[in-house]
Structures are given as C-alpha cells and as structure tokens.
Ligand binder design. Structure first.
Ligand SMILES: [Zn+2]
Length: 51
C-alpha cells in the first residue's frame, strides 16, 4: 500500500531470468520453462527506472 501498483516480476530460481508476473495463470519462465510460484521463485517489484 502506498506505492503504486508496481508490476511484479519473478526471478527464475533455475536460470535467473526475470519476467513479468501474471495473475491467474501459470508463470512459466520463457527462457527455461521453469514454472515459478511465489514459494519457488523470488518476487520482486519491477519499477520502470532502467539503469
Ligand atoms: Zn528460467
């Protein structure tokens, strides 16, 4: 609360790829096919600030 609805990303625990979390569907890593879940992959806020 307080912050905007920052989109969440999963950090794949198998290959380290990060990808956008989608609610209501399986979150399959597009790189390695690992099925991420909140208890398996780390969730992080992906703020749009580049680097
Ligand atoms: Zn992966």
């Amino acid at each position: 609360m307080g912050a905007d609805n920052a989109p969440l990303s999963f950090r794949c625990s198998r290959c380290g790829n990060t990808f956008r979390v989608e609610t209501g569907v399986d979150n399959i890593c597009p790189v390695c096919g690992f099925k991420c879940a909140p208890d398996k992959c780390r969730q992080m806020e992906s703020s749009d600030q580049g680097y």
